[in-house]
Design a protein around this ligand. Structure first.
Ligand code: NAP
Length: 526
């Protein structure tokens, strides 16, 4: 479903020099600017309608004066910002050290001039230059007095570690007569260019003056972004660290998945490749790229999926033992609980890869040779018809359960996307993530069991006395399923439900569970 840009039909922004009756609109700026339709791509579509909505909901022509905004710097960010501002109905003036050279890079709607001239009239000025060049702007101190400076800069990781003071605080120290607001640093030039519909929409805003923050927030809103108040300028360092983060929350789950993969791969290598080589002198090293990987991936996916539900079981056990939900979980359990989404997504990733690899198995040349050899053996043994009923059924059920498990996992993965998750209410979300997740675990267990069938009881399957891999993978999931089953016992589920509604062991308060009290899973908020 297409999302509407916030602010597109909202109240008009109030920017200095722009009362609510003076809303930005592209039509009005058309007299001194090029129409937005002349700009390329997404920029053709202004985020703020040329017409604004009246209090009665009807469309009204906007008044003529467009608010003026200044930008210092004429680089990539300044260009995208200027274009987006013009499309959002602002009049933009860019201050450059060399306006003649830079002017051609901007839409003709934007006025490009010398820095001194650019900062003279606007009340809000974006500083789109790097920190090391801030001091070169000190000559503008007098003209900038009393104005709002928006610091959009991002330090590199090295700069972030080197300077204890944020870029915004440094800018504020250079221009003590100005009000500095940190904003837009998390928005890339690309997002500005392509429009917030395609990229990150949140804009953290921080500053010491609430009025200045409000002005900048309204500008962000008018441009189609979602401003988030992050507090005073002291938090600017934190805001500047946001774009430096690389997939936060994924490190431990990824290392866990990699660790499991290496362990299972080594185990399968010993059983499927090394054992035939040592015992029978057979060269099975060709199995390393596909076959061994394909036997390893489901093991990782399955164990990871059980690790999504194991911390919930441990948390429930702890709550039962302590008789309260008000004591903190140990840190390791807390972290584990917070990483369940990433672990689940990695499990889905491995399961999807396993499905792809399985599709490719019959395409391999080795597989064709094996089939031909089998057929020849059949002919030589004078057997015309090979059909093992039990094997046929096992394979049919095994495949069907695998497909169902993967389908359920896909549903879990899709609903963990923020845009989908936000459209579900808590009950729907918990049904998908908790109930369907558990169903996926049960289906995967059945899939594994039908794969194993009677193999766990055949002596020949124990290579170097090592049990088949699937028996190892069953350990944790079976513990989780058994524990979940135990928690469904009335004596435990009632106690758990009471604890999760605030009852405490030893408390003098009497607790009467509501008559429609839901089973454990529906009230689980661990
Ligand atoms: P850029 O392309 O290198 O532009 C920097 C501009 O700074 C130059 O075009 C230059 O314009 C101006 N400048 C002013 N004084 C200068 C001096 N003494 N020496 C050199 N240049 C001077 O960089 P950018 O990508 O636009 O980034 C600008 C700021 O935006 C940076 O702080 C960056 O962290 C931030 N930012 C960028 C992005 C992005 O996607 N690019 C995203 C978020 C934040 P004149 O020559 O016309 O004066």
């Amino acid at each position: 479903m297409a999302e509407e840009a916030p602010g597109a039909l909202g109240p008009c922004p109030t920017v200095p020099g722009l009362g609510c009756g003076e809303s930005p609109n592209t039509q009005d700026s058309a007299s001194n600017t090029r129409p937005a339709a002349a700009m390329p791509g997404e920029m053709d579509k202004p985020l703020i309608s040329r017409c604004l909505v009246d209090s009665d909901g009807s469309l009204a022509e906007a008044p003529s004066e467009a608010p003026r905004v200044g930008i210092l710097g004429s680089g990539d960010f300044a260009r995208s910002l200027a274009t987006r501002l013009v499309c959002s109905g602002f009049s933009v003036v860019v201050g450059s050290r060399n306006p003649k050279r830079s002017a051609g890079l901007f839409p003709s709607a934007v006025q490009v001039t010398f820095q001194e001239e650019a900062v003279s009239s606007p009340e809000v000025i974006f500083v789109a230059v790097y920190r090391e060049h801030y001091s070169s702007l000190c000559g503008l101190n007098d003209q900038l007095t009393g104005k709002i400076l928006v610091d959009v800069s991002n330090p590199t990781e090295r700069e972030h570690l080197r300077h204890r003071e944020s870029n915004a605080e440094y800018l504020a120290s250079l221009f003590p007569t100005c009000t500095v607001v940190k904003a837009f640093n998390v928005i890339s030039a690309w997002t500005l260019q392509s429009g917030p519909r395609d990229g990150n929409r949140q804009v953290p805003v921080c500053g010491d003056q609430p009025e200045a923050k409000r002005v900048v927030s309204e500008m962000a809103h008018a441009m189609g972004f979602m401003p988030m108040d992050m507090g005073s300028l002291a938090t600017a360092r934190e805001v500047e660290a946001l774009p430096l983060r690389l997939l936060p929350g994924w490190k431990v789950p990824t290392l866990l998945a990699l660790g499991l993969f290496v362990c299972f791969y080594a185990y399968n290598f010993v059983r499927d490749v090394l054992h035939p080589y040592v015992q029978e002198g057979k060269n099975r090293f060709y199995k390393l790229p596909v076959s061994v990987v394909n036997t390893t991936l489901p093991c990782v996916a399955y164990v990871l999926l059980s690790l999504v539900y194991l911390p919930g079981v441990l948390a429930a056990a702890l709550q039962l033992q302590r008789g309260t939900k008000y004591s903190r979980f140990p840190d390791w359990l807390d972290h584990w609980l917070q990483h369940r989404k990433q672990i689940g997504l990695l499990s889905f990733f491995c399961a999807a890869l396993h499905a792809l690899y399985s599709f490719c198995l019959p395409l391999r040349r080795s597989h064709r040779y094996e089939l031909v050899n089998l057929a020849v053996k059949q002919v030589l043994a004078n057997k015309s018809h090979l059909w093992v009923e039990e094997e046929v059924w096992r394979m049919e059920i095994y495949l069907s359960l695998g497909v169902l498990a993967l389908g359920t996992l896909s549903l879990l993965a899709v609903t963990s996307l923020p845009s989908i998750a936000n459209s579900l209410n808590w009950r729907e979300f918990s049904f998908v993530q908790s109930t369907l997740g558990f169903v996926a675990l049960v289906l995967s267990t059945l899939h594994t069991l039908t794969y194993g069938w009677t193999r766990a009881f055949e002596e020949s399957r124990y290579k170097f006395y090592l049990p088949p891999t699937f028996t190892l993978t069953l350990l944790v999931p079976c513990v989780v399923i058994l524990a979940k089953g135990l928690f469904f016992l009335p004596c435990l589920s009632r106690r758990l439900a009471r604890i999760r509604r605030g009852w405490e062991k030893g408390s003098a308060l009497k607790f009467t569970p509501p008559t429609d009290h839901a089973p454990v899973e529906k009230t689980s908020h661990v």
